[in-house]
Design a protein. Structure first.
Length: 413
């Protein structure tokens, strides 16, 4: 987030806008889960506000920016800030996320692919993995944490609504860590083949930031290709991708082995950190952050790594006649949700094969109102880091255009 902070500081001086870069969730601490991460961020914000007050300063407004998993941690943290009364003392202004998996990272797959890829992925990233793949049970709710984060009766959605502006930026292609549907909060993906679409960029921001209302339109069809032209085109594609395929076939087994070994180590370390946190031995008094999560209860008490798994499979879709027998474990309400989505799925823009709770998440998050911007990074084959210029190098320069758009067109003070 250094480039984000640098861009903000260039636009606004220190006496106008105070910056806090949260540090307690850096590195492998992201394995520890969204709940723990949110409690850490909430504590950091409270401590910073208290430090400023003791120095005679006065903060009147609050804006939050989250990148990738940090966007989910931020959504949890603002719920805690709301419950603790902090958002009553400050004016919530901007809430922005860049490439954040709002719907989790469960790949939209069906049948056995779903059972293999999504079940495996959920077990190799400690608590964060279970939450991102939506297989966890949060506290005594019996529901995934991401589902609770979008519940209309929760402190989290209530806090999100209090912000004057909610903006998100989502990579449309080549993001192998957080795919488009989840960072865009949508049940469709029109960018599966960018050669078949015409993008409508925001004027003044090249072809990187796309129009939020009408981002894309289909290119007119040239008619069916002949067999020979199809073979020629496919052959050329294979030739161009040949070096990458060769390198991948050599490096992937090594990479996966190293990744799995590291995941085991980090999961063990994460479990120890979580235990210390739960026992109050990690510098945070957790009882201060374990308030009721439901608004009625609260008022009554006066109060990049799994990417290989996620990107190696093509997304599956729902069709009107779709029935593969794998919905047998769902309850009646979940089955009704899928039936409705199947009927509404259109051939030209089919509905992704999301989980029932993900469709509910989309409805709830859209209800609070977001300004959504698709982003097309061209210069690199993996756009996740480029969208915020995570590394200062020329190939990530398009991320500077994204930050420029955010500060000039979206960020208010």
């Amino acid at each position: 987030m250094n480039q984000v902070a640098k861009a903000i500081r260039t636009a606004y001086p220190e006496d106008q806008l105070h910056l806090l870069l949260a540090k307690r969730n850096s590195g492998n601490y992201t394995y520890d889960g969204i709940e723990l991460g949110g409690e850490r961020v909430c504590a950091e914000i409270e401590e910073e506000l208290e430090t400023i007050r003791k120095k005679g300063g006065n903060i009147t407004k609050l804006s939050i920016v989250g990148y990738s998993l940090g966007g989910l941690v931020a959504r949890y943290a603002i719920g805690l800030l709301y419950a603790k009364g902090v958002l009553d003392q400050l004016e919530p202004v901007n809430f922005t996320t860049f490439a954040t998996p709002h719907l989790g990272v469960r790949a939209p797959l069906r049948g056995w692919y779903d059972k293999i890829w999504n079940r495996l992925g959920a077990r190799i990233l400690s608590e964060s993995g279970r939450q991102l793949f939506i297989v966890d049970k949060f506290r005594d709710t019996g529901r995934p944490l991401l589902s609770i984060l979008t519940d209309p009766d929760s402190i989290f959605i209530t806090a999100l609504k209090k912000f004057k502006r909610r903006t998100l930026y989502s990579n449309i292609t080549n993001d192998r860590t957080v795919v488009h549907y989840t960072s865009m909060i949508t049940k469709t993906d029109p960018y599966q083949d960018v050669t078949k679409i015409k993008v409508n960029p925001v004027k003044g921001y090249e072809d990187v930031v796309l129009n939020q209302i009408d981002p894309v339109s289909p290119l007119p069809s040239d008619g069916p290709r002949s067999t020979m032209s199809s073979i020629a085109a496919d052959s050329l594609s294979y030739i161009k991708s040949g070096p990458y395929v060769l390198a991948l076939s050599i490096l992937l087994p090594i990479g996966i082995t190293a990744f799995l070994l590291n995941s085991v180590v980090q999961t063990v370390r994460s479990s120890r950190r979580i235990q210390l946190h739960e026992n109050g031995q990690a510098g945070i008094q957790i009882e201060k952050y374990r308030m009721p999560i439901w608004i009625k209860e609260f008022q009554g008490t006066v109060e990049d790594v799994y990417e290989n798994l996620n990107s190696s499979q093509k997304q599956a879709y729902l069709t009107a006649s779709d029935d593969d027998g794998f919905d047998s474990t769902l309850d009646a309400a979940e089955t009704n949700i899928l039936d409705l989505e199947r009927r509404q799925s259109q051939p030209y823009l089919p509905t992704l094969a999301l989980a029932p709770c993900q469709f509910d998440m989309i409805t709830a998050l859209d209800s609070v109102g977001w300004r959504k911007y698709p982003v097309w990074i061209h210069k690199v084959r993996h756009s996740h880091a480029a969208i915020i210029v995570r590394t200062d190098k020329p190939s990530f320069s398009e991320g500077l255009i994204v930050l420029k758009h955010w500060l000039e067109e979206e960020f208010i003070i």
